[in-house]
Design a protein around this ligand. Sequence first.
Ligand SMILES: Nc1nc2c(ncn2[C@@H]2O[C@H](COP(=O)(O)OP(=O)(O)OP(=O)(O)O)[C@@H](O)[C@H]2O)c(=O)[nH]1
Ligand SMILES: [Mg+2]
Length: 332
Amino acid sequence: MPANLPPQYYVLDREFKKERDPFERLRLAKELLTMMPKHKGTDKLQAEMKAKIALLRKETEGGGSKKHGVRRVDPYSHFDKEGAGQIVLIGPPNSGKSSILDAMTNCNPPIGDYPYTTRYPMAGMTMYQSVPLQLIDTPPISEETFENYIPNLIRQADISIIVVDVSDVDYEDQLKVFFSRLDEKKIVLCHKIPDEIEDARFCYKKAILAAHKYLDENGEEGLAKLKELYKEFVIVPTSILDDDAMENLKAAIYKMLGIMKVFTKKVGHEPDFNDPVILPIGGTVEEAAYVLHKDFALKLQYAKLWGEGRFEGQKVKNNYVLADGDIIEFHI
Ligand SMILES: Nc1nc2c(ncn2[C@@H]2O[C@H](COP(=O)(O)OP(=O)(O)OP(=O)(O)O)[C@@H](O)[C@H]2O)c(=O)[nH]1
Ligand SMILES: [Mg+2]
């Protein structure tokens, strides 16, 4: 029986065979499997691809071994996800990436008034309205340097923050180089992932532009120019001298993640505002219970809900759609 593979499959397959980076190979292999029509004629091909995926999973999770000819994975090319979202700070040299990590987390990354200060990536946690977010600082991307693990960090993260120094008169050229270097690695940063991706070789990732140092000399003009040049992006003016601006950046990240938080309370107790349940927007009472414990969701009878301006302990059904900041009391 013929496999009847779509033409796109062959394009992507060539890419897969050329690619050496195990994380990218894993992504492409999964893409190829999805593209395969599922019928008798592709049974063997499907099984082979599933085996390749299993091997690549092992390799990228650190289970590979040289004995079997598996390549060692760069230790900087992966950070285990923590919190409600993983956000990678990227951009041209000296733009303020490490300063943002320093301002938002307990990390103390090296910061210098000269380019190429950061040599290695570093991860730290920050909080936005009781929601933990993981930030990763990276070495700069320029004509001269682009560490080979950075594309992996971008592909794995939920969101990229492109940090650009809008007070630097050369930032326009630096950004052009930055985007062309990503293009070489087939990474497209955008505000929203398109519904249909024409060329499956490209990896689309959500990004926010941080117009950093906007309070400095030339910063205002630089910010206005950035808004003109990159209309399609969410642009947040930031400065380590402006706490509100840094909070706005967190708010933009939270919004782009498409998540919400709900607080839980035990019967007869005050709500726990420190450890919210994180759900995708549109999540239900039952899904919130499931996050707490699978069995809990199965036994759930109903819940009581407190929501700003809506409910004061009203009984709701399991399929009730929750809103950000709701307080929920489960009854089993
Ligand atoms: N005025 C002003 N200076 C800043 C701000 N943020 C960072 N800086 C300064 O800009 C310089 C570069 O900051 P870094 O955080 O090291 O920049 P980076 O992007 O991590 O630099 P590389 O690691 O070399 O790519 C340092 O002198 C910082 O003190 C800001 O908001 N305002
Ligand atoms: Mg740095």
